[in-house]
Design a protein around this ligand. Structure first.
Ligand SMILES: Cc1ncc(COP(=O)(O)O)c(C=O)c1O
Length: 257
């Protein structure tokens, strides 16, 4: 942070914060910094102070603020066709999905707007696979997750959170989840039953404080899930797309979820 105190320094920040507090729901507790402009990795607040943005929108902005190539591409597409929804095909969708699947090393992709939706879809897919392919009796599918996880804020996802702030007062909760300590392969092995359809994990836990699991953990999870005919769902929403030096953090252990 480079301090550049403006004449009306704290007053401007305070005034923006109190006016947003007056009219926006209090569901988050941001730092008392009001960003006005940004370029690349640098942000400037309403006081003229500059900050090196090491959060990068919780990695939603790994390419930096105001990236010219991306802004030009987005503007050109918005002017060409603004929105089709999925009711129609459009001429860029196939190319986008093909390139994204190739980048991810996967056969198919399903674009989502938020991380929570992606996790919800993974939960639904795993359960359906469990009933239709694995043969789990209807309504009995279980998914093993880790303590201190963060996968989003929907009612199903907070049902298996161990963070009271994320979970308290939002019940009744969605059943079907078993929680084991993160990084503990033996506990995971104990928790898997014939009704387990998936293990859902962050390859590096983000909100928990950037916790890297013990060496061999992810490879062990992959081996165990393969042995027990269970899906391994890796939530790479924080750790993915180059943030750990590989496209996905699972690649550090040669693991494909
Ligand atoms: C690991 C992980 N999964 C899921 C999410 C939820 O993403 P979103 O806020 O886009 O729903 C987050 C958000 O920070 C996350 O860190």
């Amino acid at each position: 942070m480079t301090p550049h105190p403006a004449e009306d320094a704290p007053a401007a920040t305070e005034s923006y914060i109190s006016s947003s507090d007056a009219h926006s729901a209090h569901n988050y507790h941001p730092l008392p910094v009001v960003v006005a402009t940004a370029d690349g990795a640098w942000m400037t607040d309403v006081e003229g102070r500059r900050y090196l943005d090491m959060l990068a929108g919780y990695s939603a902005l790994n390419f930096g603020h105001g990236n010219r190539r991306l802004i030009e591409a987005a503007k050109a597409q918005l002017e060409r066709v603004t929105l089709t929804s999925r009711a129609f095909h459009h001429d860029r969708f196939a190319e986008f999905c093909t390139e994204l699947a190739e980048l991810c090393g996967m056969e198919m992709v399903l674009p989502m707007n938020t991380g929570a939706e992606a996790v919800e879809t993974a939960v639904k897919t795993a359960r359906k696979w469990g009933y239709r392919v694995k043969g789990v009796p209807d309504g009995r599918a279980r998914i093993v997750v880790a303590s201190d996880n963060f996968h989003g804020r929907t009612t199903t996802i907070v049902s298996f959170s161990t963070d009271a702030e994320a979970r308290a007062d939002f019940g009744p909760y969605t059943p079907g989840f078993d929680i084991v300590p993160y990084g503990d392969l033996a506990a995971l092995r104990e928790a898997v039953t014939d009704e387990t359809v998936a293990v859902l994990l962050e390859p590096i836990q983000g909100e928990a404080g950037v916790l890297v699991p013990p060496p061999g953990y992810l490879a062990g999870v992959r081996e165990l899930t393969r042995e027990r005919s269970v899906l391994f769902i890796a939530d790479e929403i924080q750790s993915g797309l180059g943030r750990t030096g590989r496209t996905f953090a699972c690649e550090h252990e040669g693991v494909v979820p």
